[in-house]
Design a protein around this ligand. Structure first.
Ligand SMILES: Cc1cc2nc3c(=O)[nH]c(=O)nc-3n(C[C@H](O)[C@H](O)[C@H](O)COP(=O)(O)OP(=O)(O)OC[C@H]3O[C@@H](n4cnc5c(N)ncnc54)[C@H](O)[C@@H]3O)c2cc1C
Length: 297
C-alpha cells in the first residue's frame, strides 16, 4: 500500500502540541503553482493516530485507502533573515490538529499527520489547485492589501506575501492573524522581521484566549474602527483589497439571492458582511471585487 505514496516528508516541527509545520518533497519535479493555491495531502487509513484523537470506526474497504484533504501551501518567507529568492525543492505546510468533538468524534487525517516524522512517506496531489491567489487582483495592484486569517489560515497569505515583497510591491501590507494564544502565531518572528525590513509591512497578532491580553477578534478591529489608531491603516475600499482565510465564522461568506440580487449571510457578523457595509465588493465567479476569501471548512 505504500506504493500509494509519492513524496517524502523532509522535516517536521511542532511549535505547539496542536500545530505543525512540515516540508514535503515530491518524488517528481514540483509542479507549477501560484502562491495561495493548495495541494491535496494524504495518508493511509492504516497509519497510526495520535493518542486522544477519538476512536475511529472504519467503513468496509477503507483500511486500504488513502485519507486525503486539501492544504494550502505555506511559506517560510525568510531564510537567514533574507527573502527566499528562488523556488525550493520542498513545499511547506502549516496544519492544526483537529480535536475530536461531539459532531466529529474521530477527525480523520490530522491525527495521522501529527504522528509524522522526517523521512516518512506521504501522498501529494500531482497538481496545485484553487483560485485563492493574487490573480484575483486582475493584474492591478492596489495601494493597500489587508490579509486577515484565523489559525493556520495564514498559510496561503505567507506564500502571497513572499511573492509580493520579492516582486517589488510598494504599497502597504497589513497582515492580521488571529489565534487563541500568542504562542499559536507560529510565523510571528518572521512577520516581526519583515516589519523591520519593509517600511510598508505591518503585522498584528490577535489573541482570543490570552489572560493578560485584550480579547480581540478580526471582526472587532473593523466594527470598532481600530486599524487607523493601531497601525495607521485606513480601511478604504477605493485603495484596498482584502484577503480572508480560515474559520468560516470569521469570513462570513455570503450567498446571492437570485431573485433580489442581494447578498444574504448564512452566518451573520462575519468580516465580509462588515466590509460590504463599508463599500467593499465581494468576488463573484466572473467579476472580481476587492474582497477575496477562502473557507477552511
Ligand atoms: C482549500 C482548503 C485549504 C486548507 N488548508 C489548510 C491548511 O493549510 N492548514 C490547515 O490546518 N487546514 C487546512 N484546511 C482544512 C483541511 O483540509 C482539513 O479539513 C482539516 O485539516 C481537518 O482534517 P481532518 O481529516 O483531521 O478532519 P475531518 O474529519 O475532515 O473534520 C473536518 C472538521 O474539522 C474542523 N476543522 C477543519 N479544519 C480545521 C482547522 N484548521 N481548525 C479547526 N477545526 C478545523 C471543521 O469542523 C471541519 O468540519 C484547508 C481546507 C480547504 C478547503
Amino acid at each position: 500500500m505504500s506504493d500509494l505514496y509519492n513524496a517524502t516528508v523532509l522535516s517536521v516541527r511542532y511549535p505547539q502540541k496542536n500545530l505543525m509545520i512540515f516540508r514535503v518533497k515530491p518524488d517528481k519535479k514540483i509542479p507549477p503553482f501560484k502562491p495561495g493555491q493548495y495541494f491535496t495531502l494524504g495518508l493511509g487509513y492504516w497509519e497510526p493516530r495520535i493518542l486522544g484523537s477519538g476512536t475511529e470506526v472504519l467503513k468496509e474497504g477503507q483500511e486500504t485507502r488513502l485519507c486525503k484533504r486539501p492544504y494550502s501551501l505555506s511559506d517560510p518567507i525568510l531564510m537567514d533573515s533574507k527573502l527566499i529568492k528562488s523556488d525550493t525543492e520542498w513545499l511547506e505546510f502549516y496544519v492544526a490538529l483537529v480535536e475530536p468533538s461531539e459532531d466529529n468524534p474521530a477527525p480523520a487525517l490530522t491525527p495521522r499527520l501529527f504522528c509524522l516524522k522526517g523521512g516518512e512517506r506521504i501522498f501529494i496531489s500531482e497538481k496545485a489547485m484553487g483560485h485563492y491567489t493574487l490573480d484575483l487582483l486582475d493584474g492591478v495592484f492596489p495601494k493597500q492589501l489587508l490579509f486577515a486569517s484565523t489559525g493556520t489560515g495564514e498559510a496561503p497569505h505567507n506564500a502571497m506575501i513572499r511573492w509580493l515583497l520579492l516582486n517589488g510591491y510598494k504599497g502597504k501590507i497589513l497582515n492580521v492573524t488571529c489565534s487563541r494564544r500568542q504562542g499559536d502565531h507560529c510565523y510571528l518572528e518572521v512577520h516581526q522581521e519583515l516589519e523591520k525590513m519593509f517600511l510598508g509591512y505591518r503585522a498584528l497578532a490577535l489573541s482570543t484566549r490570552e489572560a493578560k491580553q485584550k480579547k480581540l477578534y478580526i471582526q472587532d478591529l473593523i466594527a470598532e474602527n481600530l486599524l487607523k489608531d493601531m497601525v495607521d491603516f485606513e480601511l478604504d475600499p477605493e485603495s484596498t483589497h482584502v484577503f480572508l482565510c480560515g474559520n468560516p465564522a470569521m469570513v462570513g461568506a455570503p450567498k446571492k439571492n437570485r431573485e433580489s440580487g442581494q447578498w444574504e449571510w448564512a452566518i451573520s457578523g462575519g468580516v465580509v458582511e462588515m466590509l460590504v457595509k463599508k463599500g467593499f465588493v465581494v468576488d463573484e465567479p466572473k467579476k472580481h471585487g476587492n474582497i477575496h476569501f477562502e473557507n477552511y471548512w
